[in-house]
Design a protein around this ligand. Structure first.
Ligand SMILES: *Cc1c(COP(=O)(O)O)cnc(C)c1O
Length: 376
């Protein structure tokens, strides 16, 4: 058996090498490295894929969040509510813009923002809610949208881990993650479900005027070259990355299927271990399994991690230190115990290898090694 990897980008590349190499070669020949035609082609194709929302490509997923917040005219001191169980980028851009990150705990089963806690966090200064669709499935958007409408708040969906997931409303209609709120942001970091060969990101919106503004901000605040109407940033998707993404977008649903197949295998194989909980599927979202994250109770998580490592199986902890306990974000009121679910998750979660190239023998070996750890 080959070395087991968390993500196998090399084998994935080999499967589609001729197409990718040709796409890259075309850009090299044209030398249109910035704003080449591939960028717009990709924006159009991704827009079709997500159901017609505008797509504005940018340099990475962190910039996407920042540009979205800049476009929504939030002022220093404004409060933005976000889950405390997330990647740091979400909180980082809020703080960078002088806004105040207001953390909220998550649901212990779905790992996503707990809508029932939202209203208690809303003040006069609240301007936006940032649901993060963590590990590959949508946060419960319908109640979030109701609360946002009631208090006149923007909803910025962080879709970096859930591109392609579908959310189903109570009336049966479905929408793609990132097209449900005011604006959606995503990342094409190589290991994301739709990954390029470097950094990349995009912003989604259904609001034409907002889309226009986002486009300007991402390109130095200009619509016409050298005419800067608003303050912007330099955050563009490279043509080379767009060329790669144009190829890979065609495979995204197939990739999600392969990730789901691996997840289903794990679900069955690991079902009967009392101290281990397999990921719960939300009833109103499909799952694209960016991560397959189990919870291990009785303080056994770190032992299991070491056991797997000793058997050549990599695992990751997303995330080992909750944001409110990070040095950069520590504030009064953020003591240990402030966000019990997230704190518990930081001690119990473990993400197993999952990617588009998982082989049955690998899944069998990983599950078998886990079962041996618990049952001897
Ligand atoms: C990866 C990720 C980001 C940031 O994306 P980059 O492209 O690495 O800047 C933001 N939010 C979440 C939830 C992520 O997983």
């Amino acid at each position: 058996m080959d070395t087991i990897k968390m993500v196998d980008l090399h084998s994935q590349y080999l499967r589609i090498k001729p197409e990718i190499d040709e796409a890259i070669q075309q850009v090299l020949t044209s030398t249109a490295f910035i704003q080449g035609p591939e960028v717009n082609i990709f924006a159009q194709s991704l827009s079709r894929y997500i159901g017609g929302s505008l797509v504005i490509p940018c340099a990475n997923g962190t910039d996407a969040l920042q540009i979205a917040m800049m476009a929504l005219d939030m002022k220093p001191g404004d409060e933005v509510i976000l889950p405390v169980h997330t990647y740091v980028a979400t909180a980082e851009v809020i703080a960078l813009l002088g806004l105040t990150p207001v953390f909220i705990d998550v649901d212990k089963d779905t790992f996503n923002i707990a809508p029932a806690l939202l209203e208690s966090k809303i003040t006069e200064k609240t301007k936006a809610i940032v649901p993060v669709h963590l590990y590959g499935q949508c946060a419960d958007m319908e109640p979030i949208l109701h609360i946002a409408a009631k208090y006149n708040l923007h909803v910025i969906e962080d879709v970096a881990q859930a591109l392609g997931a579908d959310y189903t409303f109570a009336d049966g209609t479905t929408k793609k993650a990132g097209t449900i709120g005011t604006v959606g942001t995503t990342s094409f970091f190589p290991s994301k479900n739709l990954g390029c060969f470097g950094d990349g990101g995009a912003i989604f919106t259904n609001d034409k005027a907002l889309g226009e503004k986002i486009k300007m901000i991402s390109n130095h605040g200009q619509k016409i070259k050298y005419h800067h109407d608003i303050i912007g940033v330099n955050s563009r998707l490279d043509t080379l990355q767009a060329a790669v993404l144009n190829v890979k977008l065609n495979y995204l649903d197939g990739y999600a299927q392969r990730r789901n197949d691996a997840a289903t295998y794990y679900d069955k194989a690991l079902a009967s271990i009392p101290t281990l909980t397999t990921p719960r599927r939300a009833t109103n979202s499909t799952h694209v399994f960016h991560q397959y994250t189990i919870q291990v109770s009785d303080g056994l998580r770190d032992n299991l991690k070491s056991h797997l490592e000793a058997h050549g199986i990599p695992t990751m902890i997303y995330y080992p230190v909750p944001l409110h306990l990070q040095k950069a974000y520590k504030r009064a009121g953020f003591e240990e115990g402030s966000f019990p679910v997230t704190e518990e998750l930081s001690k119990t979660v473990l993400s197993l290898p999952i990617h588009t190239e998982m082989k049955e023998e690998e899944l069998e070996y990983i599950s078998g090694t886990i079962k041996k750890f618990f049952h001897g």
